[in-house]
Write a protein that binds this ligand. Sequence first.
Ligand SMILES: [Zn+2]
Length: 144
Amino acid sequence: MKKRKIHEPGINPIFTYIQNRKCEHCDAPIEDQARASKRHCASWVDEFGIKHDCKRQKHADKHSREDEFLQALNAGVKDNNKKIDKMVAEKGNVVTTEVINAYGIELTKCVDFEFDGRIFKSQFLNYYIYSNPISQTHKIERYE
Ligand SMILES: [Zn+2]
């Protein structure tokens, strides 16, 4: 019968832990004797045969956070686009800031943004909005 290697992270009496180094994923102690570049537990297999890999897991978690962030950003941009659709259909393509606010359009939730010293140009999925901060008017231009 083959013997399965089981190693759990944690305090090991043959090492010292004076530098107080910890795994960046699970906070398990890392021995002072480990090489300086070691920032995660060595991968290990638990009693159920499941492989634990803190370095890989940390990156996977980071990516899922990035995905959530991008989804929220995406939803905000799409939501704005729908509100602009509705506003243009009902109020036409030149409106005041009051109308923009009444439709709940957030000009900061745009895809891209430019300012030429006079006019703010914000890009949305299907529209450019040219905003004049002095006259508080906005001209909306549709593009495909
Ligand atoms: Zn760890």
